[in-house]
Structure formats: structure tokens, C-alpha cells
Design a protein around this ligand. Structure first.
Ligand SMILES: [Zn+2]
Length: 258
């Protein structure tokens, strides 16, 4: 039984951690040209630096703690370094401790696309620019409220413009975010393929712990305290607590899909 728990926990760890592959980081300012998804690789190579091309067009990952955008504290907008499309507002940026610029929400459903990425065998949710399809990073479920999401972005795939530099854009982004909020808050839904394995794992872990509790204590497991209260009896309840915790996690993920 112990081994089964271990396997489940190991798999869960892979789900929630941002394994990132080392690469090189760009120092050059990005292009602000608007472009479409139909650009050829050769055209992209003309526009982007080699580092930007590696991340945006070859789904590469920059080294953590290398992006100057990690330290941005000013008000402004993070645009796609490939096409200039506005993606994130500084108001949703937070310090995740991951070494990559992190946000808890994109501007709205028109800024990014989500899809399942199986590059590290276990599925992760890839985030791409909706306008040019450029790879930006991944989104994980360990972010702060109100969304609980962590959009873990490659700084090299972004370009920061302060609200002072482009007040018109800043205003447009605020309007878009307000509209998005008015039409339901969290704007981007997780693809089903990315959510299902996580739900299955959480439900599986939950079932294993709850079953182990009732196996050990019999069907009257909850009558544990009928003969008085002892510390050892509290310890017996731990598997039930873990089971309920994972059950709730699975239920939350299902609720997210609806
Ligand atoms: Zn783009």
C-alpha cells in the first residue's frame, strides 16, 4: 500500500512543479511589430532575437532568475514579444519565487490560448499568445487568489510597457479586464485534457486513503471515539483527513471545468 501512495505522490509532484529546461536569455528589446499566425519560420527569425525565437517559436524555456522582468514593480502592460499583443497587466503580477515572471490572470480570454503539452510525459497546460500562437510558458494550479492560477511566463517572450509610456494601452487593458470580470471573472478555462489526469489522481489518492481508514477501523470507523477520547485515536483519523483533502481538491478541479 505504501508503494502505491508513493507513486501517487511522485506523480502529483510532477504535476504541480514547474520543471523548466535551461536555455539562454535575451538582453535585446523585443520587436513591437504586429503579426499573424501565418508568418513563416524564416520571417520570425528576421523579427526575433535567437533567444526569443527559441522560446516563442520552438517552445523553449529561459533559465530561471534571468529575466529583468522578474523585478518589474511599475504599473504597465506585458505584451507579446513576438507580435505586441497585450497579454498581462502589472496588477496581476506577483512574486511566485519560481524565478520566472508570474501572473494570476491574463487580461482576458482574447489574450492567451491554453493547450495540453506532453513534453515532460505528464501533461502540463501550455500558454500561447492568441494573436501569433507564440509559446509563452505554462499555467499551474498553485497561484494566489482570486484565480488560484500561476501563469509562469518566460520573460524573453514578453515586453513591458509602463502606463506612462503608453497610457492609451493601459486604459484599454483596464477596460478589457473590467469587461472580462463583468462577464464572469476567471476568463480562461482549462482544457479538459489537462484537467482530467489531475482529477483522476486526486480522486485516486482520496479513495486510497479513505479506503485504508475504513479497512483499518471497519465500517464503524467513525465510531472511533465512542469509547472515550485518546491521542492515538486522533492519529488514526489522519488518513481520513488526507482522503477528504484530496477529495476536495478533485471536486474543486471538476468545478473549475463547469
Ligand atoms: Zn503574440
Amino acid at each position: 500500500m505504501k508503494h502505491i501512495f508513493l507513486i501517487f505522490f511522485t506523480l502529483r509532484y510532477h504535476f504541480s512543479s514547474a520543471f523548466q529546461i535551461a536555455s539562454i536569455v535575451s538582453k535585446r528589446p523585443s520587436s513591437i511589430l504586429l503579426s499573424t499566425k501565418e508568418k513563416s519560420n524564416e520571417e520570425w527569425k528576421q523579427i526575433l532575437t535567437p533567444e526569443q525565437y527559441y522560446v516563442l517559436r520552438e517552445e523553449g524555456t529561459e533559465r530561471p532568475w534571468t529575466s529583468p522582468l522578474n523585478d518589474v514593480k511599475e504599473e504597465g502592460v506585458f505584451k507579446c514579444a513576438g507580435c505586441g499583443s497585450p497579454l498581462f497587466s502589472s496588477s496581476t503580477k506577483y512574486e511566485s519565487g519560481s524565478g520566472w515572471p508570474s501572473f494570476y490572470d491574463p487580461i482576458d480570454a482574447d489574450s492567451v490560448d491554453l493547450s495540453v503539452d506532453y513534453k515532460l510525459v505528464v501533461p502540463r497546460t501550455e500558454v500561447t499568445c492568441k494573436n501569433c500562437n507564440g509559446h509563452l510558458g505554462h499555467v499551474f494550479d498553485d497561484g494566489p487568489q482570486p484565480t488560484g492560477k500561476r501563469y509562469c511566463m518566460n520573460g524573453v517572450a514578453l515586453q513591458f510597457v509602463t502606463s506612462l509610456e503608453d497610457s492609451e494601452l493601459a486604459k484599454e487593458v483596464v477596460d478589457r479586464m473590467e469587461q472580462s470580470k463583468a462577464s464572469g471573472g476567471v476568463s480562461v478555462k482549462e482544457p479538459l485534457g489537462a484537467a482530467l489526469p489531475g482529477i483522476a489522481l486526486d480522486a485516486g489518492v482520496s479513495a486510497l486513503f479513505i479506503l485504508s481508514f475504513f479497512n483499518k477501523n471497519g465500517s464503524g470507523g467513525l465510531d472511533l471515539f465512542s469509547s472515550g477520547f485518546q491521542i492515538s485515536q486522533v492519529l488514526e483519523l489522519i488518513p481520513l483527513g488526507i482522503g477528504i483533502f484530496y477529495g476536495i481538491a478533485a471536486a474543486k478541479k471538476i468545478a473549475n471545468l463547469l
